[in-house]
Design a binder for this molecule. Structure first.
Ligand code: FES
Ligand code: FES
Length: 189
């Protein structure tokens, strides 16, 4: 085992991993960040997407030791300090842009990367950018609608806003909100 020191979701962390372990495995095994999901394991599906120094990468293709000193963001790191969902997460909930939600963290992080670099992205740009993320449930049209809506929310309110709408109250314990939050923060798998 070797130790890998890095920043994960804004916190200094040390991962213990074998040299051949992937970032997906190290994040799940060491930090129990289950929003990082392994689908294909060969860079084809995007389920394992994380932001590495702000760039969306397939965590299954990054060896854990190569993350030494880097800044990693997973879907669990998107919530605000008050517990409000990120605007992109909230848009996915509002548009029900998932069914099983296995692919959802990857789509959300890829969308975050796009909207950070291109805040006026149109439908074609969004669909091109998300082409490396696969959804077995076929929720693509709703995912596109959610990202377009997130783009507009960010343009209106900025990235630091607390998410709007009654379903964003962190004290709301209704099952529908809980289910939606689990779908978008990766706590269901
Ligand atoms: S699990 Fe990494 S791209 Fe599919
Ligand atoms: S919602 Fe099931 S794989 Fe995308």
């Amino acid at each position: 085992m070797i130790e890998v020191e890095l920043t994960v979701n804004g916190r200094a962390e040390t991962l213990r991993a074998e040299p051949h372990h992937t970032l997906v495995d190290a994040l799940r095994d060491n930090l129990r960040l289950f929003g990082v999901r392994e689908g294909c394991g060969v860079g084809m599906c995007g389920a394992c997407t994380v932001l590495l120094d702000g760039k969306a990468v397939s965590g299954c293709l990054v060896l854990a030791p190569l993350a030494e000193g880097r800044d990693v963001v997973t879907v669990e790191g998107l919530e605000s300090n008050t517990g409000a969902m990120d605007p992109v997460q909230q848009s996915f909930v509002d548009h029900t842009a998932f069914q099983c939600s296995f692919c959802t963290p990857g789509f959300i992080l890829a969308a975050k990367e796009l909207l950070a670099s291109d805040p006026t992205a149109d439908t074609d740009t969004i669909q091109d950018h998300l082409a490396g993320n696969l959804c077995r449930c076929g929720s693509y049209s709703k995912i596109t609608a959610a990202v377009l809506d997130a783009r507009d929310r960010l343009a209106q309110n900025g990235p630091g806003m607390d998410s709007p709408g009654p379903s964003t109250e962190p004290t709301d314990k209704s099952s529908s909100v809980t289910d939606a939050r689990q779908a978008t923060d990766g706590t269901t798998a």
